[in-house]
Design a protein around this ligand. Structure first.
Ligand code: NAD
Ligand code: AHE
Ligand code: ZN
Length: 370
């Protein structure tokens, strides 16, 4: 079949809207009509050539919601007309990682996913006979996409696509980092570095968990108003501030350092600040931000000797097929908010504008509606 898609033909070039050929779903795969997709900073990072796994040409996008239109042989867990959210972190429930109960990082199809291919080692997308790669196993910047069955979460049919697509990455990543990875407790002091599409969801996760002080840190002062809407109690504008001054201010506000800090910037200097702003003896810093290829983190080992912990999280530690439908329920029951964070809705033809708005700091989430 044919599908309209925004294709990343080359790094650092705008996406091009073209009609692609899309093969039918093979064994264990499903064809999904994407109804809406968010634009996450990770899409921009890959498009800018900063991802060590980045492949071109490819169909980016990994924050979608849609409807199953066809299933391949052997598919049992979803059927045509089911509403689904694609999962860049699948959940096979059979691999060593899934069975360990210790991680959400299913390894069943990770190798081929990182090569921009379906589990059988081939792509379903092509353009004028040339192979186009999948991205993060999702490729939601295509109106129709093919996904492995283990990489879709079936969700309730009354959830709007425009907002529930955000649960495919940003919402789950931010809220899950608090509830699954950190397990923030009532009364904990929390600091969130970077109040964008992910950081605001960490804030609302911390509010939901009953955190005491919830400190937001950003270089963009417009983010103060945004943070306060989602539970932030204190704001620190760090543009021009040294690491030591930032840490000193956080230590003062938290009576010795934070119980939990979260990096939602992808900046390795910020990651260090976030670690060192943790409380001596127990504070934990969680890296959410994705750093560009070649970057490394550093700190004095003494920071860890004296009890600070450095951790990371992907997709908020969520097991997609199990947890995503529950997060959709949280949204539909008013336990978490999404609507105000969708600042812009665009057509597929306007997708490049979504990247421009992100880079200009003018959007929280832009969503493409098909
Ligand atoms: P975004 O562009 O919406 O927000 C980033 C925010 O960080 C902005 O408010 C920006 O002003 C702020 N910022 C930038 N540099 C800063 C600095 N030096 N100090 C303080 N604040 C600074 O991006 P997003 O969509 O929220 O994504 C945030 C990061 O999380 C990205 O690196 C993205 O790739 C990553 N991410 C990771 C996962 C995961 O599973 N681990 C999931 C989604 C996104
Ligand atoms: N491919 C990159 C790393 C990119 C990365 O860390 N991706 C996150 C999700 S970001 C979503 O917006 C992730 O899930 N990582 C776990 C995984 O298995 O990819 C690189 O550095 O090579
Ligand atoms: Zn993302």
């Amino acid at each position: 079949m044919k599908t309209r898609a925004a294709v990343a033909f080359e790094a650092k070039k705008p996406l091009e809207i073209v009609e692609l050929d899309l093969e039918s779903p093979k064994k264990g795969e499903v064809l999904v009509e994407i109804m809406a997709t968010g634009i996450c900073h990770t899409d921009a990072y890959t498009l800018n050539g900063l991802d060590s796994e980045g492949l071109f040409p490819s169909v980016l996008g990994h924050e979608g919601a849609g409807i199953v239109r066809e299933v391949g042989a052997g598919v049992t867990s979803v059927a045509p007309d089911d509403h689904v959210i694609p999962l860049y972190t699948p959940e096979c429930r059979q691999c060593k990682s899934c069975l360990s109960g210790k991680t959400n990082l299913c390894t069943a199809i990770r190798a081929t996913q990182g090569q921009g291919l379906m589990p059988d080692g081939t792509s379903r997308f092509s353009y004028k006979g040339q192979t186009i790669h999948h991205y993060m196993g999702c490729s939601t910047f295509s109106n129709f996409t093919v996904l492995p069955e283990i990489a879709v979460a079936k969700i309730r049919t009354d959830a709007p696509f425009k907002t529930s697509c955000y649960i495919g990455c940003g919402v789950t990543t931010g809220v899950g980092a608090v509830t699954n990875t950190a397990n923030v407790q009532v009364g904990d002091n929390v600091v969130v570095f970077g109040l964008g599409g992910i950081g605001l969801n960490v804030l609302q996760g911390a509010r939901m968990a009953g955190a005491n002080r919830i400190i937001g840190v950003d270089i963009n002062s417009d983010r103060e108003e945004w943070g306060r809407k989602f539970g932030m109690t204190h704001f620190l504008k760090t543009k021009g501030m040294s690491r030591d001054a930032t840490i000193a201010k956080i230590v003062e506000l938290t009576d010795g350092g934070a119980d939990y800090t979260f990096d939602c910037t992808g900046n390795t200097e910020v990651m260090r600040t976030a670690l060192e702003a943790c409380h001596r003896g127990w504070g934990t810093s969680i890296i959410i931000g994705v750093a560009e290829a070649g970057m490394e983190i550093s700190t004095r080992p003494f920071q860890l000797v004296t009890g600070r912990n450095w951790r990371g999280t992907a997709f908020g530690g969520a097991k997609g097929r199990t947890d995503v439908p529950k997060i959709v329920d949280w949204y539909m029951n008013g336990k978490i908010e999404i609507d105000p964070m969708i600042t812009h809705t665009l057509s597929l033809d306007e997708v490049n504008k979504g990247f421009d708005l992100m880079h200009a700091g003018e959007s929280i989430r832009s969503v493409v509606i098909y």
